[in-house]
Design a protein around this ligand. Structure first.
Ligand code: CA
Length: 363
């Protein structure tokens, strides 16, 4: 009898709280309900930068929610292989995933836009487009068909063009080049006469060492040094024309997200935003240090892609973007939105960021 009275009293208190702390089926209130979620990633467990992003995200969510939303992070292959993350979260096998949208162009071609497009937006501009220029809404529209809600959750800044075992002096050197380069950058290389392949990060060293590939792009000095590519490749080329501001994604199963109380949903959103900026800050600091190590300690040959090659790759990229925008009505809207944003950003950044970089260098 006392138990019944206690329960009734508890329900009375809950009903007095204006519905903010709703009673769920089990009798515990929303604020008492514990969520234990799984987050699968496309990165090796605890991999610097890319892999620590989701770990930081989980820690922040745990701290901000006072342990009400506990997230266990799985590295690639621990629960599902790297390239099954999208399906696993879409189907609800895991509630969350962390990776890059351009891995899923086989599901939706326009997914490429939300990581990075060749000669497209840099990190600062991507963040502006996604959060204040309509990009995120378009991304969510694209993923709605897959029962997923995407968030920007990390950015590496401008990447490197990659590691090569042959010198690139003209477009002829791209012909027959077998290169690990995913997304649209890969399509551009293929159209230029090369062969692009997508291989997960953990397998790249061996692929390069055994000659399965002639070249690879991964990220930038901070990450590349960790995987030891300087031991298996001769030349390190810049700039990363194909990935000027790669955004990483947090994907959340839409049904699972809807089961969270509003405050936990806000925590997920806020933690993703925090991690998105934090990763860029970390890369900004660590790339500098790692480049010094690569060049001064390991004697890496740093090379700039010839202007002629850059010009040709940019031309091909433009053609491919046009074709991609014709893929569907949504693709066209995404392409137009990104293009319009880039036009404005380029105009302003040419007299701000770019002019400032130049001014800083001038003697
Ligand atoms: Ca990359």
């Amino acid at each position: 009898m006392r138990i019944i009275v206690t329960v009734l009293f508890a329900l009375f208190l809950v009903s007095c709280s204006g519905g903010e702390d709703k009673t769920v089926a089990t009798g515990v209130t929303e604020k008492q309900q514990l969520f234990k979620w799984k987050l699968v990633t496309t990165w090796p467990k605890n991999y610097p930068g890319l892999g620590t992003g989701p770990e930081n995200f989980a820690k922040k969510v745990n701290a901000m929610s006072d342990g009400r939303l506990q997230i266990k992070v799985f590295g690639a292959g621990q629960m599902v292989p790297a390239f099954e993350v999208f399906d696993a979260v879409s189907q609800g096998t895991a509630e969350m995933g962390h990776g890059a949208s351009y891995y899923w162009t086989g599901k939706a071609k326009a997914a490429a836009f939300f990581t990075s497009i060749p000669f497209g937006l840099n990190a600062q501009e991507m963040n502006g487009w996604l959060h204040y220029g309509g990009g995120l809404e378009l991304w969510r529209e694209l993923y709605a068909d897959f029962n997923l809600v995407p968030f920007a959750a990390g950015n590496t800044g401008v990447q490197m063009a990659g590691w090569f075992n042959r010198e690139i002096n003209s477009m002829d050197d791209i012909k027959g080049l077998k290169m690990r380069i995913p997304g649209m950058g890969g399509d551009v290389i293929t159209r230029a006469g090369g062969v692009s392949v997508t291989i997960a990060g953990g397998e790249l060293y061996t692929a390069m060492q055994t000659g399965v590939i002639d070249a690879l792009e991964w990220v930038s000095p901070y990450n590349d040094i960790a995987l030891g590519f300087h031991q298996v490749a001769k030349y390190y080329y810049y700039p990363g024309w194909h990935e000027p501001g790669p955004t990483l994604e947090l994907i959340v199963n839409k049904d699972a997200l809807a089961t969270l109380p509003k405050d936990l949903q806000a925590i997920v959103e806020t933690a993703a935003r925090a991690v998105n900026q934090d990763m860029l800050d970390e890369y900004t600091a660590r790339n500098n240090e790692a480049l010094v190590q690569l060049v001064d300690v390991h004697g890496v040959q740093l090379k700039k892609l010839p202007d002629e090659v850059i010009r040709e790759l940019r031309k091909i990229s433009g053609e491919m973007l046009e074709e991609l925008s014709e893929d569907s009505e949504l693709s066209r809207r995404i392409a137009e939105s990104a293009k319009a944003f880039q036009k404005q950003a380029t105009a302003y950044h040419s007299i701000s960021e770019e002019a400032y970089y130049q001014a800083r260098k001038e003697k």
